[in-house]
Design a protein around this ligand. Structure first.
Ligand code: GLN
Length: 393
């Protein structure tokens, strides 16, 4: 076992004794589910997925489908097209609340049931099958394999889904959803019934972590701005009426589901997923939450924590035949451009006149436009022997 997998396995054993909470009770498949399974997975940048525990157990994705259907809607309709029908404000209410904006009837956000049904209704298609097909294809692209629906769970969701149907009718009465209510709500029930494992969820999360590019298949699933929008909404609304406290304690965008799955994303680093069926009063898995909290804690993943690599970009100065070569690497942002300017001024002050200084910015992983403008402006004040190379070769 490699050391990271060993660490994950250790965390799994630490949370195993927690037996608080109850399985969801609204349908027999969830109520009677074995509460024992416990699994954990992390998917990293080069598509390496580490899993521990009951990683072969498949469960229905439930509400964890919501951010991915949102991604599809954003991709198809654009941000404004989605915001016209659904808000992005945390509601502080339970997942099945009637949280509609007075006047417009817009649901508070796309991760509550009302908002998710409105979002699902934005996916076009003549009937439930066509719409479901598009959604399952999108979820599969995020997971990097073909997913399918648990028909028994779907039948139970549909049979017992009176509250969701009522929410959909309210949305229809406000014209938040257009067309047949049944098409929207049955598509939503089908999307909730897609079967996944923790591995799938970790890869789905990693695809969001890496700007919409699936690190396992190498395929772009959604654009970078869409992935960022989805993560922002997950950060503020993903854990229902626990979202604020989750952001405080764990500091990662996340989404939970009523079957016991939980997915969290450390942008640019990894997707993590955990599964354990017993839920707390907010409808979030008790042990899965504890696992994600542990991994975030031990790897210093809180988004609002200091990340020194951002403040210390890679700048190296080499002596070459005709002078100096300054290589820039990594990400050039605000602090990075400040540092590069300081290095250049030091060189300009210390070197014999006419020494050629080449600044190679062609290997930057990412250069933010503001930082590049600052660098180019600085160059205008530098001696002619200073050369800025932005293109490789
Ligand atoms: N199928 C569930 C519902 O609509 C999904 C909710 C959830 O996972 N929190 O009630």
């Amino acid at each position: 076992m490699d050391p990271i997998t060993e660490l994950l396995a250790g965390m799994l054993e630490e949370v195993r004794p927690h037996d608080a909470g109850e399985t969801a009770s609204y349908i027999p498949q969830l109520r009677d589910a074995d509460p024992a399974p416990l699994a954990f997975a992390v998917a990293g940048p080069r598509g390496r997925v580490r899993t521990v525990g009951d990683d072969e157990v498949a469960f229905t994705i439930q509400s964890i489908s919501k951010p991915f259907v949102l991604a599809l809607a954003l991709e198809q309709r654009g941000r404004d097209g989605v915001l016209e029908k659904v808000g992005v404000e945390p509601s502080g209410e339970p997942f099945n609340a009637i949280s509609l904006e007075p006047g417009t009837g817009r649901p508070a956000n796309p991760l509550l049931n009302a908002g998710a049904i409105a979002t699902t209704a934005l996916i076009e298609g003549a009937d439930v099958d066509t719409r479901t097909g598009k959604i399952v294809d999108a979820l599969s692209a995020f997971a990097g394999r073909s997913l399918w629906i648990d028909e028994k769970v779907y039948a139970s969701e549909s049979e017992t889904g009176h509250r969701n149907r009522a929410l959909a009718h309210l949305l229809r009465s406000h014209d938040v959803i257009a067309g047949a209510v049944d098409v929207a709500v049955e598509t939503y029930f089908r999307q909730c019934s897609v079967l996944v494992t923790v591995r799938d969820l970790a890869v789905m999360g990693a695809t969001l972590a890496f700007g919409g590019m699936n690190p396992v298949t190498g395929r772009r699933v959604v654009s970078e701005p869409v992935a960022r929008d989805v993560l922002a909404i997950m950060a503020s609304c993903g854990m229902y009426d626990y979202s604020g406290e989750w952001l405080l304690r764990v500091g990662l965008p996340a989404k939970s589901g009523v079957s016991g799955g939980l997915l969290a994303v450390a942008p640019s680093q990894f997707g993590v997923a955990a599964f354990s069926p017993r839920l707390d009063a907010h409808g979030n898995s008790v042990r899965a939450s504890a696992l994600v909290e542990a991994v975030a804690d031990r790897f210093g993943m809180h988004l609002l924590e200091l990340h020194e690599s951002l403040g210390e970009p890679a700048v190296s100065v080499e002596t070459v035949e005709d002078g100096r070569l300054v290589r820039l690497g990594g990400e050039l942002g605000f602090t990075g451009s400040e540092r590069v300017v300081a290095v250049l001024r030091e060189l300009a002050a210390g070197l014999a006149e006419g020494t050629v200084v080449t600044v190679d910015a062609s290997e930057l992983g990412r250069a933010n436009p503001g930082a590049l403008v600052a660098l180019r402006t600085e160059f205008q004040t530098m001696p002619d022997s200073f050369v800025l190379r932005e293109e490789s070769g």
